[in-house]
Design a protein around this ligand. Structure first.
Ligand SMILES: *Cc1c(COP(=O)(O)O)cnc(C)c1O
Length: 466
């Protein structure tokens, strides 16, 4: 493609993008396709000769778009949001255009330094305690793995990394039974062994029971194990329950255990002064992650990871082969040494665009609006006498079940509510029961969309036998 064609196609595609953003509700949310149906549309072999871009773009519209699940549809109440926003999309275009590989300072100085700046901005926005240094990781899952690997190296004086697993004693990792699956995955990948992941029970509000944690730690010490890390959650994935971060942090300090806090979704609310209490106790954390790609309108992927002991992080991840050495290494951050992969995208740019375009106050307004809509959902469903609310409702998510029927009836209710394909709900299991989740956090969601979602649920319940 020559520059002239690139220019004209770029304009054409931007028009398509603007239409998409302007009417993000234009498509059915979930494609109605069977497994394999998408693949069958595509040629088995790669094209031997060049194809006209016109054809490629037409196929994108005819074959790709109908197979996309539209996470940025205003009726998206499923999972947690994966938000984009116009400024974020524009930054992603520029990032792709620059095509910079930002593994070290020298391989794109501004990428490193702008990342330092926006990580500092986010720290100020959340009013993070002093002493944290930030780096962008691709996902919260990666950040949690990075935290556990660093904890592992700190606990073994870096011997695990150099000599291999130290089998003499079991390193024990603690998290709540309601923690995200990425914690178990990280325990497995870091080599601790899933058998050494201790799941601490939650209280009736699904928050980690700090007293049960203390007992588990003390029991392990008596057995000769090594308590190594504890992971708490600010906003669990099923119900947005908030673990008692301060109490857990104090305990972690007392026993010299690495304390990692996963605030993937809900910690974005920390930018609201009236909700800053969500982050209470974070000064005891060794590391903390949250996802601007969930609830701060920044395209996936963008996880903000903060760590206190940067040297421990660097001892875990740095390598310095000859071909990567530069003249500035002593004076700069080389973010390749702050995580798992070598190559890095220029992710700071989209955050910089988003924060500047909305301003912190604009972002706060968005979140407050979502919280108001979330309150409206909780009040409406709470007012229906054949429904019950399960778990907290203060973080934009309402979990509920229909009391007119059993788990199977609730699953059928959700299926019927999703059927018109203009709103989307997903479920979870809480205390062994099927629960429907209604999460309000998509950028374009307004009152009318929430009302439609509520209507879909009401109609689905009324259509079921009881
Ligand atoms: C979504 C979520 C994650 C995983 O986030 P990724 O960035 O997709 O890895 C981890 N923890 C919690 C609490 C989450 O809600």
């Amino acid at each position: 493609m020559d520059p002239k064609d690139f220019r004209s196609w770029a304009h054409e595609l931007v028009d398509w993008m603007a239409d998409y953003v302007e009417d993000s509700g234009r498509y059915p949310i979930q494609p109605d396709v069977a497994p394999g149906e998408m693949r069958a549309q595509f040629d088995i072999a790669p094209p031997e000769s060049a194809e006209p871009f016109e054809q490629i773009f037409r196929d994108f519209q005819d074959k790709v778009v109908p197979g996309v699940t539209h996470w940025n549809h205003p009726g998206w109440f499923a999972y947690f949001p994966a938000n984009h926003s116009p400024p974020s999309i524009l930054a992603e275009m520029l990032t792709a255009t620059l095509g910079a590989q930002c593994m070290s300072w020298e391989t794109s100085p501004v990428a490193t330094e702008l990342e330092e700046v926006v990580m500092d901005w986010l720290a100020q926005m959340l009013d993070l305690p002093d002493g944290f240094t930030g780096v962008i990781q691709d996902t919260a899952s990666t950040a949690t793995l990075v935290a556990l690997l660093t904890a592992r190296e700190r606990a073994t004086d870096n011997r695990w990394g150099s000599e291999g697993p130290q089998a003499a004693k079991a390193h024990r990792i603690y998290t709540s039974e309601h923690a995200h699956s990425s914690v178990a995955k990280a325990v497995k990948l870091a080599g601790f062994g899933l058998e050494n992941l201790v799941l601490i029970p939650g209280d009736e509000q699904h928050r980690m029971d700090a007293e049960a944690l203390r007992q588990a730690v003390e029991r392990d010490i008596d057995l000769g194990h090594l308590p190594t890390a504890v992971v708490a959650t600010i906003g669990t994935t099923s119900t947005t329950s908030i673990d008692p971060v301060r109490a857990i942090g104090e305990l972690a300090k007392e026993y010299g255990v690495w304390f990692h806090v996963d605030g993937a979704y809900a910690a974005s609310l920390g930018i609201l002064p009236e909700r800053r209490d969500l982050l209470d106790g974070l000064e005891h954390a060794d590391s903390f992650v949250f996802n601007p790609h969930k609830w701060l309108f920044t395209n996936f992927d963008c996880s903000a990871y903060y760590v206190r002991d940067v040297d421990a992080l660097l001892r875990t991840f740095s390598t310095s082969p000859e071909y990567l050495k530069t003249a500035h290494d002593a004076d700069v951050k080389n973010f390749r040494d702050w995580g798992i992969q070598l190559g890095r995208r220029f992710r700071a740019l989209k955050l910089w665009f988003v924060i500047r375009s909305y301003g912190v106050e604009g972002l706060r307004e968005k979140l407050r609006h979502h919280l108001e809509l979330g309150d409206f959902v909780a009040e409406t469903i709470g007012g229906w006498n054949d429904f019950e609310i399960v778990g907290p409702t203060d973080q934009g998510l309402t979990c509920f079940r229909w009391t007119g029927g059993d788990d199977a009836a609730n699953a059928e209710l959700m299926r019927r509510a999703n059927e018109p394909n203009d709103v989307r709900f997903t479920h979870t299991a809480i205390d062994g029961r099927f629960v429907i989740r209604f999460c309000v956090g998509q950028l374009y969601t307004e009152r009318e969309h929430v009302e439609l979602g509520l209507r879909r649920i009401r109609e689905a319940a009324d259509s079921l036998p009881r």
